[in-house]
Ligand binder design. Structure first.
Ligand code: FAS
Ligand code: PHB
Length: 391
């Protein structure tokens, strides 16, 4: 078999890229290790930046998003038992974010794939990249016991943090930057109305908490937990009690409890791999970078990567102009690092670090109090949260 672009991974990066290339008439094949149900079943991101919403609309895939997505013009920050609102729309000339789960985004992308000519091979296992630095790049994989060979011009590694793409870049070429946080997020989904119509990010002595949602009847909540903590140590009652404490009395008064139907712990890290191109290989999304979910940037960064990559591939195939591909890594990384900084900063502002001394705690509270009273500081937070423009 042969294609122009072999895309590894059918997560947000791989599927958005598949749709963008299909729309441009560039031949591509998406090779996904798992099944569609598995990929769609992963509970992950919840907040779409305005650029991601715009791309869904540009691709004509936003019907459900417009119908079911929750547009948030503001977000809320709690500390010392009080909550203040950041009016993001007022501070950014009308920008907003939309709450619409990654699972829903994946469903929309998968549902439209066949009619849009997005070719996806599920259960493509034991995938190996060949000659990515040479003139005949290709991908080998096994499906249901049968070996396959896919020759291509380029490989887009959209295969996430644990994929094979990044590992194909030689160690003496690849530079890695990392910060592993000494805590994780314990998240639940529950069929109960959210405590607030917008998100609440809460800084508390005992640790961070986040009140989010998936719909007016389905809540998504998180509490910061230690790296040694296990899901079995957290009954629903313990979770609800801790969440109420950390959100503070104002929010807790309206907290509706109920049985969780999803409960998971995710570690937090900041991670960037440079360069995002090596020969015929391009990294996009979590394959190249990870952010702590505090800033709600993970999936949105995957989207901005593939917007840049698709533009570059169109420029190459349509205009025979290599400049976009040659500039992909630098252009994508420029936006990645800004999102990394915001996510790292927002995590440092809202979480309790084990080695935090009383002075460090006072610095956190002082910065929160300053943001509360400063339009300038709130504007900085707002413009990063709604999503910086694609440079
Ligand atoms: P993904 O990891 O989503 O997709 C990669 C795909 O490649 C997967 O389907 C995988 O099966 C496939 N793959 C991997 N190796 C392969 C191989 N060798 N061959 C073929 N296929 C292969 N972001 C937020 O914004 N907010 C959140 O709250 C949030 N919560 C998260 C919670 C968890 C537990 C995790 C892991 C991530 C979370 N994220 C969150 C980040 C997440 O949304 C990612 O940023 C987003 O899924 C990135 O999309 P992709 O780059 O496509 O990678
Ligand atoms: C979510 O709803 O899952 C969510 C929202 C905002 C974040 C992280 C996760 O910053």
């Amino acid at each position: 078999m042969r294609t122009q672009v072999a895309i590894i991974g059918a997560g947000p990066a791989g599927l958005f890229l598949g749709h963008l290339l299909a729309r441009a008439g560039i031949d591509a094949v998406v090779l996904e290790r798992r099944t569609r149900d598995y990929v769609e079943g992963r509970v992950r991101a919840g907040v779409l930046e305005q650029g991601t919403v715009a791309l869904m609309a540009e691709l004509g895939l936003d019907a459900r998003l417009r119908d079911e997505g929750l547009v948030h013009t503001g977000t809320n920050i709690g500390y010392d038992g009080e909550i203040f609102r950041v009016d993001m729309a007022a501070l950014t000339g009308g920008s907003a974010v939309t709450v619409y789960g990654q699972q829903e985004v994946m469903r929309d992308l998968f549902d439209a794939a066949e009619e849009r000519g997005v070719r996806i091979v599920f259960e493509a296992e034991d995938l190996v990249l060949e000659d990515i630095a040479g003139s005949s790049p290709s991908v080998r994989y096994v499906r249901h016991g049968e070996a396959h060979h896919l020759a291509c011009d380029y490989v887009a590694a959209c295969d996430g943090f644990h994929g094979v793409g990044r590992g194909a870049i030689p160690a003496d070429v690849l530079k890695v930057f990392e910060r592993v946080y000494p805590f994780g997020w314990l998240g639940i989904l529950a069929e109960v109305p959210p405590v607030n119509h917008e998100l609440i990010y809460a800084n508390h002595e005992r640790g961070f908490a986040l009140a989010s949602m998936r719909s007016p009847s389905r809540s998504r909540y998180y509490v910061q937990v230690g790296l040694d903590e296990r899901i079995e140590d957290w009954s629903d009652d313990r979770f609800w009690d801790e969440l109420a404490l950390r959100l503070g009395p104002q929010a807790a008064a309206g907290l509706v409890r109920g049985p969780s139907f999803e409960k998971s712990i995710a570690p937090l890290r900041s991670f960037v791999a440079e360069p995002m191109r090596y020969g015929a290989l391009f990294l996009a999304g979590d394959a190249a970078h990870i952010v702590p979910p505090t800033g709600a940037k993970g999936m949105n960064l995957a989207v901005s990567d593939v917007r840049i990559l698709a533009e570059a591939l169109v420029r190459h195939y349509r205009d025979r102009d290599p400049a976009g591909l040659d500039g992909y890594s630098a252009r994508a990384l420029a936006r990645v690092w800004k999102a990394e900084r915001f996510s790292w900063w927002f995590t440092g502002l809202t979480h309790r670090f084990p080695d935090m001394d009383p002075f460090a705690r006072r610095m956190q509270v002082a910065e929160l109090a300053y943001i509360r009273g400063s339009q300038a500081a709130q504007t900085v937070l707002a413009e990063n949260y709604v999503g910086l423009p694609l440079a």
